[in-house]
Write a protein that binds this ligand. Structure first.
Ligand SMILES: *Cc1c(COP(=O)(O)O)cnc(C)c1O
Length: 359
């Protein structure tokens, strides 16, 4: 830290992303990326845009915004496209929270929320999950505070129904409820349809998971026109050309090819069931997931131990130090053959464990 950094930022603790090591080839099941590549058309469109990079990108991402609005049955002024959904979350925190209007979220959820709050000087409160890792809806009814949660939640993969989210939104009419649907395409109910009925809900999506474009950094946030106008004002004040040409093009191609997207999501969901069944057979506790990962524990393999042993075998999974979930591991669902390869390593580890206990 230099001696010039302002006090405000000297308290920042950066988000620790899942590792992206380059030392050798790993089977990467640690950051919830899609195992499938973007379409050839999308890649070609991005390449073409690269030729025009001497000119600024469209600050309004007009075509992409229109395509998304069309896809969800919204008006373009109900959608703001952002540089990853992390940027959408940052704009929403900045626009609707301040030191006197804090924000509330579950104590186990996406690790970026407290960091955005601290970075913006916004006080936050964490509400514990239930023992079974579910969000207790009653905890959020009429609390009259701004709220954010991931639905399905991360890293548990557990989703609330639209009806439950609606009761939260409805009972806090004078506060903003941000529903982060980063994983919604893997089998949960989206709350986009609530946007026309409630003026206090924002729904945030990303291209990083189900749309296989983590490296393009594209997200979007949807809500009623007034809310989105506020967010657009912030965007224009902070980063008017927030999306580069290549990302706009590759994301547009992704929206225009819904069957590629739905087939990939279906494959992930079917391999999620396969992974759940196979791990359960091997003595793991697997929380039924509505996301592209499973959250698991094993009585003989605490989270850090499983992480270490898998890494020795060139497989990366995600482990969190938070005391409530330190015994657990989050495993991203890859392709079917990746999950089979993963299970071979699990079998080796379980055998080594058994041999060492009985040797
Ligand atoms: C991955 C993820 C995001 C961030 O997505 P980007 O668009 O890559 O910034 C947001 N929320 C949750 C819950 C996520 O898991």
């Amino acid at each position: 830290m230099s001696r010039f950094l302002t006090e405000k930022y000297s308290v920042l603790e950066p988000y620790i992303p899942g590792e992206q090591p380059k030392d050798k080839h790993y089977l990467k099941l640690n950051t919830n990326e899609s195992p499938y590549p973007p379409t050839k058309k999308g890649a070609a469109d991005a390449k073409n845009e690269a030729l025009d990079c001497y000119l600024y990108s469209d600050p309004e991402s007009t075509k992409l915004t229109a395509a998304l609005a069309d896809y969800y049955g919204l008006q373009p002024d109900q959608v703001l496209v952002t540089n990853g959904s992390d940027e959408a979350l940052d704009f929403a925190f900045k626009a609707f929270c301040d030191k006197d209007h804090g924000i509330v979220f579950p104590n186990i959820t996406y690790g970026f929320y407290p960091i955005i709050a601290v970075a913006n000087g916004i006080p936050y409160e964490e509400i514990p999950l239930q023992e079974d890792f579910k969000i207790n809806v009653d905890d959020y009814i009429a609390i009259h505070k701004n709220i954010v949660f991931a639905n399905p939640n991360a890293p548990t993969g557990i989703a609330l129904s639209r009806k439950d989210v609606e009761s939260i939104v409805k009972s806090n009419p004078d506060n903003i409820v941000i529903v982060d649907e980063a994983y919604v395409d893997f089998g949960a109910e989206s709350c986009v349809s609530l946007i026309d009925s409630y003026d206090n809900i924002l729904v945030c999506h990303t291209f990083s998971k189900s749309r296989a474009l983590a490296g393009a950094r594209v997200g979007y946030i949807m809500g009623n026109k007034e809310l989105i106008t506020d967010l657009r004002t912030l965007k224009n004040a902070q980063n008017p050309y927030n999306l580069n040409r290549m990302s706009q093009a590759i994301a547009l191609a992704a929206v225009e090819d819904p069957s590629y997207f739905t087939n990939n999501c279906k494959a992930v969901m079917s391999d999620r069931q396969f992974t759940d069944d196979e791990l359960t057979k091997r003595g793991f506790i697997v929380i039924p997931s509505s996301a592209n990962f499973v959250f698991v524990s094993h009585y003989a393999l605490p989270g850090d131990e499983l992480y270490k042993r898998l890494k020795e075998k060139d497989v990366l999974v995600r482990h969190f130090d938070k005391p409530e979930i330190k015994d657990w591991s989050r495993i991203t669902i890859g392709t079917h053959s990746q999950m089979k390869a993963f299970l071979v390593k699990i079998d080796e580890i379980l055998k080594e464990l058994y041999d060492s206990q009985n040797g």
